[in-house]
Design a protein around this ligand. Sequence first.
Ligand SMILES: NC(=O)c1ccc[n+]([C@@H]2O[C@H](COP(=O)([O-])OP(=O)(O)OC[C@H]3O[C@@H](n4cnc5c(N)ncnc54)[C@H](O)[C@@H]3O)[C@@H](O)[C@H]2O)c1
Length: 396
Amino acid sequence: MNIAMLGSGFIARFYAESLHAQRRTDRITSVYSRNLENAKRFADDYQLQHHTDVMQEAINREDIDVVLISLPNHLHEAAVAECVKAKKNVICTKPLGRTAAEAKRMLDMVEEAGIFGGYLEDLCYTPKFLKSLESVKQGSIGRVLWAKSRETHPGPHSDWFWDKEKSGGGAIIDLGCHCVEISRNFIGKNVKPLEVMCWADTQVHPIDAEDHAIGLVKYANGAIGQFEVSWVFRGGMDLRDEVMGTEGTIWINSFLRTGFEMFTTGKGEEYVAEKAEVNKGWLFPVGDESHELGYPHMFTDMFTAIEEKRDAQETFYDGYVVNAILDAAYKSAETKLWEPVILEDWRGDQPEIAAKEFISYNEDYYLIKEEVLPNGDRKLILKHKISGEVIQKTDS
Ligand SMILES: NC(=O)c1ccc[n+]([C@@H]2O[C@H](COP(=O)([O-])OP(=O)(O)OC[C@H]3O[C@@H](n4cnc5c(N)ncnc54)[C@H](O)[C@@H]3O)[C@@H](O)[C@H]2O)c1
């Protein structure tokens, strides 16, 4: 694939490192940046044929198969509109929109134009996530009851993130989009998110948006998603997921504790890992950040999907559902009530009352709990199916 990169900032560079690593054949051939000097620097760094400060020039080049949007949130929609005009496949970084309405317009535009719309939700492509999702799908942890995801760090690196109008919000829109989609994958994308309860506050920074939030997302099958996001967390970037099911549990730590620990007096290089706050003492570097963050698997899926004329694992539709959940979170943070997730376009299963299946011990009793005690006794807690009486039974 020949790729046109829109933007030359933080994420554009991360993407470029990943795309041009390890003899990959897909290449960025053109870069657009509003500042020609930055475009040239980016083009020189990654040996690109073309750079420009006119967005359409990068998109419209004949060799371009796919356009990669790495621009601030308030520019995603206009950039998608340009790709639609040029009938070029488009892949867009997260969050898709600042609101569900914005995301829906982007979704409709690409679908009407018949072009590919891939949602670059990298944290749903990390090796640990992909392996976990496979285990969940194979039933290793049974019915998923609770899927919690956390992203916290000391705050983003550019002015526009801190401007509510441009970003669409604070930590919820910036980090919550990852967490919501991670939980949604584990619970099942076909399961309808129904309502959200969210606490949000501006605890530290002098900004209009929230810098810390916690939310619960209720799903139609009774499962609960939980997101924990912060721009006030100190000590690096904390990316952790926990999934609990009727038959098991998964804990994932994707960044701060990857099994790599290093002590240094600070003699060496400055950079340790994304959002690491210190470069001396005991440190937790990350071996291959792009890989740990999911970029190679993500791009492989996107480009293969374009070739095979299928949807990617993460689509513009997913981006829209995420935005709808986050809209409800923002509303709940204000009203302090459970707020419905408004999805005018729902493509999954129809919501149904959660079917709860209890384990039978025998014809008369349900099994509540079974445990071997320190003295070797096997204790059973049982509930009578008709009377509801709870009893215990000990086998010694
Ligand atoms: N893990 C991830 O997937 C991840 C991580 C970081 C950022 N992002 C997303 O990537 C996007 C860009 O974030 P970033 O961290 O690279 O930001 P950045 O500020 O580092 O880079 C933004 C780029 O857009 C350009 N730009 C800014 N304002 C512009 C304007 N008005 N007109 C034209 N160009 C403009 C900048 O010059 C720069 O090239 C955001 O949507 C962000 O949410 C995703």
